[in-house]
Write a protein that binds this ligand. Sequence first.
Ligand code: DAH
Length: 357
Amino acid sequence: MGVTVGTLDLDAYVGAADAAIRAASSTDALDAVAAEYLGKKSQLALVQRTFGSLSDEEKRTAGAALQQVRSTLDGAISGRREALAAAERLEQLEADRLDLTEVVPAQVRRPLRRGHQHLISQTQAELEDVFVGMGFTVADGPEVETDWYNFEALNIPPAHPARGMWDTFYLELGDPETVVLRTHTSPVQVHLMEEAVANNTLPIHAVMPGRCFRRDTPDARHLHTFHQIEGLVIDEGITFTDLAGVIQTFTTAYFGPAMSSRLRPAFFPFTEPSAEFEITCAICQGAGCRTCSQTGWIELGGCGMVDPAVLDAVGIDATRYSGFAFGFGIDRCAQMRYQIADMRALVENDLRFVEQF
Ligand code: DAH
């Protein structure tokens, strides 16, 4: 006969507990078995609580016997727990499995929604195509410039009143150089001329599209972050007639044969003479409307003959070379071509707008 403590037959208790442990089919069920046989309300705990009435000698033997039962059952339970947990993990993995060979039936399938180039990118690409067709190459330059490239090399010395033409974002990087977000693409002209001088690769016939920044409050015709395309030709014997011809050829190539261009005297520090470049208002076809203030013309950008001071600044011999430059808004071109009333629509990313182009 086995050991009995109080009314509890320990062998029978361990036998019953063992059977229950083996029968437990989940870790939750096992927790319940552990509570039943080892917990505070188990028979084992109840018997332990009656120890007060035993002699010291009896306490020692009975205590050791109960401790033995506890550790036997603890061992059996943790062994079973490991086996059950492993099985449960496998089951979970099986449940999470994805059938990668599954074919979605056509009735259920939704069409793939593919993105496309934004109108500004499309416009930039088309403008590049037009100029490439006329023999220009395409170049780009940094969006963050030093004062030298954005202003000084373009014949705009520090504190010159002409700086007021551009509301500039300054980066607070401290000395030694003033660093700005470029206010126009004209500084790329300077990079190209410097490279051509360094590598002895004059002449230059290039366009330079890119993003520009100005501290402007956005409105229907302005964005603080916008796009320009710059043009630069430096060669021998270049005259204002070449400039006017390129502007007119570009205008009809991009906007269509019904559109015309005109140049009006203006001032830019880096060109002399300088002109504003206007095209027929696309909204009224030149008849005069509110958008063009009844003039029939819309200003697209500026242009002129490269000022000899700019050629000097980059070390090009102004007695041998001359050139012209122009710069105009890519966003403005898109606005004219598609008659977009408010330019802010270009950057608001409302899909109802974006998907139209
Ligand atoms: N950079 C000028 C601006 O953003 C536009 C411009 C005028 C560019 C004359 C030129 C130019 O290349 O020759 O206001």
